[in-house]
Write a protein of this length. Sequence first.
Length: 79
Amino acid sequence: MSLEDQVKGKTDEVAGKAKEVAGNVTGDKQTEAEGKAQGLAGKAKGLFGDAKEKASEVAGNVADKATDVVDDVKEKFDK
């Protein structure tokens, strides 16, 4: 899911930049502003995807460590 957010974010960033440039070239300030906003929203979406990926990685590491601790405790009681 995070990869999907990252791809959608990059797509919005690129589309927003194109819209911003088009607005700039034609002198249409409204289109230019919309493009900037779309680009920023895309960047935020991509960063959200990055954060979800990192959070998932950290959660996996914590789960692995918790499993190790539980295994160590079981081993001590089995002796």
